[in-house]
Design a protein around this ligand. Sequence first.
Ligand code: HEC
Length: 150
Amino acid sequence: MRPAIPIMTALICAATASLAAVPADSVRSRVAGYRALGAAMKGLTEGVRQGDAGSPRLQAAARDIVAASKAQYRWFPQGSGPQPGVKTAARAEIWGNAPAFRTAQDNFARQATAVERAVAAGDASALRGEIRKLGGACKACHDQFRTSDD
Ligand code: HEC
């Protein structure tokens, strides 16, 4: 089956070429996603600090956070990790220790839902507690899976 080898080589080259374009795009869209998440989180904490507990503005922020917590599962395709020519703060452990990363994602998603529920209930003190735990879920993942020098 001699002819198969050049065909395979051509296929691998094509696959490599298309992959090369993907990582920067993946990083760009996940960073945009995290920036939006950061903005929603800021809106939430500032609102609560000003005495807000269940306003439509807060509900929208909580909804954005829940949406990000669902979208994050698509933000880390294979091959979008650290590599030459790609600027990313994502650590290789995300792919190297996928179960632990998945746990960090699940903890965040669960806590995002808890915050949304607390906003719906409008109980300021309960909400503060849930937001603190949400911040803990962000930090736990950043500590383990994000480089700090960025
Ligand atoms: C499961 C892991 C994980 C969770 C949970 C998580 N992050 Fe991140 N975050 C990352 C990683 C990884 C990056 C680096 C992305 C990159 O550079 O490719 C990042 C980057 C960011 C950035 C920087 C974007 C930029 O400008 O470069 C912000 C802001 C951010 N996260 C906010 C948050 C907030 C707020 C939460 C919680 C509400 C959160 N993150 C939860 C993993 C996580």
